[in-house]
Design a protein around this ligand. Sequence first.
Ligand SMILES: [Zn+2]
Length: 588
Amino acid sequence: MNFAEHLKNQLNIVDVIGHYVRLKRQGAGQRYVGLCPFHSEKTPSFGVHSALGYYKCFGCQEGGDVFKFVQQIESLTFPEALKVLAERYGIPMPERERPHDPEAQRRAALEEMYEIATETFQNNLRSGSGTEARRYLESRGVSSASMDEFRLGLSEASGQQLVQRLQKFGPVLLEESGLVSKRQEGGFYDRFRARLMFPIHNEGGKVIAFGGRALRPGDEPKYLNSPDTKLYKKSSVLYNLHRAKIDARKHNRMILVEGYMDVIGVYSAGIHEVVASSGTALGIDQVRAIKRQISLQQAGTGQIVLNFDPDPAGARSTEKYISSLLAEGLRVKVMEIPGGLDPDEYIQQNGAEGYRNGLANATSYFQWLADRARTKFDVRTAEGRVDAFKFIAPVIEQVHDRIERSAIANEIAEYLKVDRSVISETFRRQGVRQTNPQRARDKNLDIPPNEKILVSCLLVSADARAVIEQYLSGSPLLPLLELRQIFEAAFALSAEGASFSLEALTGRVDGRLERILIDVTFSDCTVQEESAAEQAISCLKALESKSVTAAQQQLKIRIRDLEREGNFAEALRLADELNRVYERPTKT
Ligand SMILES: [Zn+2]
C-alpha cells in the first residue's frame, strides 16, 4: 500500500470536508449534505458519502475523493494535499513522499517564512522593547492570554530584523513573501516597522498574512496589510475564521465586525463566532466561507449579525455587506451599539453580558435600512418618503424569495408611510427563477428502481458484489439491464484483481452512466452493508421475473399479430418459445 492509500484509509472524508463545509447527515445513512464550497447556492446540493469516501456536487458537478477536495479548496497539487492532510491529522509522512515540485516547495517556504515572522514578532512583544505596545493592548482590554492566543506581535522599528532572519530564503522568495519591500538603490527593508502585528490565518490555521497597526502617532496608514501573495488573497480570507467556525456551527450564527481589535474583544468575552474582513467590501469567497458554516435549512436560523463601528464609514460598510449577504440568501441582522462605542470598547465597559444582550436585540436589516433612510431623506414630505423607499429598494431586490421580498417591501412601505402603488411599481419585476438541482437529478435517475438498488448494493458491500457477479455473469438478464455497463465494469475489476472503488468504476463507464452512478451513490435509496447481499438477491429476482414477464408479453403480442396475418406456422413456433421462457427456472 502506498502512502496515499494508507493516508486515505486513516481519514474520514466527512471529518476532512466538515473542516470546510457544515455537513448535515441525511437520515441514518452514510450520506451527508451541505452547501457547495465551489459554487454559489442557497439550497444544499453538495453530497458526501462517508463509506465510499466520495463527494459530489449536483449543482456544479465537482466531485472526487478526499484528496481532490483538499486540492480544489486549497488550490494545492496532489502531493501538497497529501502533506497538508498528513500534518493536520498527525499521520507521519515518509520523507520520499514529500512534495518536490518547485511550486509546492515555494509555497512551503513561504509558509515557513510567515511562521518565522510570527514568532519573531511575538518575541518582540514579549521582550523589553514591547512594553509600550503591551501597555497599549492592556489599555484596550486585551489580556496577555489573548495576546498569546491571537499570536499578537510587534515589528521592530529598524526595518532590518526580518530581512536578516529570512535571508536564507534568498531574494526571490523574500520579495515574493510580501514581508519585505525592495529599496530603490537595492536591498530590502521590512514592510512592517514599529507596528502591532495581527497574524491572519487561513482556514487550516496557518499564518498567511499580517495586519499591522501603527503605534506611533502620525504613522500612516493606521492599518497596513500584507499584499496578495501565493498564500494570501485579501478578498477571500476572513480574520479569525479558523477559530470562529466551531462556534458558528454550534450557534448557527456568525458575527461580522470591522477590525482585528473588535474580533479579539468579542472573542475574549467568550463569544467565539466572530470574524472580520480586511476590507470595506465583502468578496464572494468570504460570503461563501461564512455561509458554509451556517445552516440555511431551518427557517429563522443561520444568522449573520453585522456589528460595525457607529460612524458614517461603518454605516456605509453595513449597507454594502447587507447587499452582498442578501444576494447569497443569508439572513442578516444589524447590531447597533449605543453611545458611539466600538464593539471592543463596548465590551470593556459593559462586559460580555451587555454584549450578549445587544446581540439578542439586534434588529432585522430592513428595519436598520429604513431607519437609515429616515435620517437621509426628509420623510415629512411624500417625496422624501418615496426617495427613502427607493434608497432601500435595491437592497430588498436582493432577497430571492418572492413572497419574503414582497412582505419586506410592504413592511418597509408601512414603516415609511409610502403609498402601496410605489411598491408595486418598484417591484413589478419577475421573481428570480432558481433551477432546482433535485429535479435535474431525478430526471437523470429515470431507471428501474431495482437496478438502482442493485447498484447501491454493488457499491457498499463486497459480499453483494460476489452475489451479483455470480448471478449475472453469463445470465440472459445482464444484456437486458439498463445499467449493464456498470455491472460489467465491476466484474472486469474483480477479474483483474483490482481493488474496488467508486472512482475505479466511474473511470470505466461513459459519462451518462458515470452521472447515474454518482446519482445513485447520493440518492435516497440507501442500502446497509450488512443486508446488501440479501437485498441484491431480491432485486435480481425481481428484475428477472420482470424481464421474463416482459419477454412473455412481447411474444404474446407477436403471436397475436402473426395469427391475424395468417402466419400460423410462425405463430406456433413462437408459442413453443413462449412456453420455454415461461418454464425457464429462475436462478437462485
Ligand atoms: Zn457545486
